[in-house]
Design a protein around this ligand. Sequence first.
Ligand code: SF4
Length: 95
Amino acid sequence: MTIVYSVILMSVLGLSFGIFLAFSAKKFEVKEDPRVKMIVEILPGANCGACGYAGCEAYARAIVANKAKPTLCLPGKASGVSKKIKEILENSGKS
Ligand code: SF4
């Protein structure tokens, strides 16, 4: 009988924690500007730091926050990354 009680107890605890975690994930969800993801997708992804930021995603966040110019990515210069970033910012209407 002890095993049955243990299984029931563990099931109830597991279900309770699962519901709590699902609720917490929804309640404390961090909403991110969708432009960050769009900009990250067009950056080279080398994470070289030549732009002065820790990586491509940090640079994208700085651009969206108006803390960095869109022309700082040296590896992406040849492929016209800065022009594409400007288009994203202009099309969003928040530049
Ligand atoms: S310079 Fe370009 S490739 Fe290098 S980390 Fe910055 S955004 Fe990424």
